[in-house]
Design a binder for this molecule. Structure first.
Ligand SMILES: [Zn+2]
Ligand SMILES: [Zn+2]
Length: 259
């Protein structure tokens, strides 16, 4: 079964193509299970996400597509939620969805994956910044609000790499992810970005396997052309790394599939 659990809609103001077009493309790409996980609202950085008022409309539209395409593809409803301490909102956490992706896009309010704030990399110590990033990932897992870790090493997007071993820096976070029974997604969007590789790295994926953390897959599509991007390759990569199964979620419950 081919699955893709990370996809956006124009409601976040930085994605192109209607949900209907996304679904049609997913069917064409022979994806069996397709999850919409648009950026959840938050009272911070509102320009890049839907508003609280738009949640109902988003959910209705996806659930209508789910019904309409029932014979062709399994559609799942989700959100990608920013983990930014002080801005976690129960209005999002309490939605009736299949899963929540927990993602760290901000370190102390700095949107490090946004090219607008590239100059903020100057003068930052890579090891300290990476430690703080993984500390936030661990803290996010510890809340147990989320099902999937979004793009686990996103901080490498502009090739800002630590001098220390990334896996060592991520150890505590990996332990919290295991304890929270979350999955880690292999997210293809890094292949479209300056770093030119999937999130997370092969090294972190191998460490996740050692920890017994399940994996899942996401193209992080913000455009119809992104759908299914590198999905076959990433599934093959997971198998080669030694993963025997992969995960998806229904009504917040993890389901495992064999390769
Ligand atoms: Zn986005
Ligand atoms: Zn994201």
């Amino acid at each position: 079964m081919v699955i893709d659990l990370h996809n956006h809609t124009p409601l976040c103001n930085h994605a192109k193509g209607s949900p209907l077009e996304f679904v049609q493309k997913a069917v064409e790409k022979k994806i069996d299970l397709f999850g919409f996980s648009d950026h959840a609202p938050m009272n911070f950085d509102q320009a890049y996400r839907m508003s609280f008022d738009e949640m109902a409309r988003y959910e209705e539209e996806i659930l209508e597509l789910k019904k309409a395409f029932k014979a062709d593809i399994k559609i799942r409803l989700a959100y990608e939620v920013d983990y930014l301490p002080g801005f976690i909102d129960s209005r999002v956490l309490d939605r009736e969805v299949d899963y929540l992706i927990g993602s760290v896009h901000f370190i102390g309010g700095w949107g490090f994956d946004n090219p607008e704030f590239l100059s903020d990399y100057h003068g930052r110590d890579p090891d300290e910044t990476w430690s703080e990033y993984f500390r936030l990932i661990g803290e996010m897992a510890k809340t147990k609000h989320f099902n999937i870790v979004g793009h686990m090493d996103l901080l490498k997007v502009f090739n800002f790499k630590p001098s220390k071993d990334t896996v060592r820096l991520a150890m505590k976070a990996l332990e919290e992810i295991r304890k929270a029974k979350m999955a880690i997604e292999i997210n293809a969007s890094g292949l479209r970005k300056p770093v030119g590789e999937q999130y997370p790295s092969n090294e972190l994926l191998a460490a996740a396997l050692d920890f017994g953390i399940p994996i899942t897959f996401g193209s992080d599509a913000h455009d119809v052309s992104h759908i299914g991007f590198h999905l076959t390759e990433n599934m093959r990569k997971a198998k080669e790394l030694g993963f025997k199964e992969y995960a998806y979620f229904e009504e917040r419950q993890m389901k495992l599939l064999n390769f």
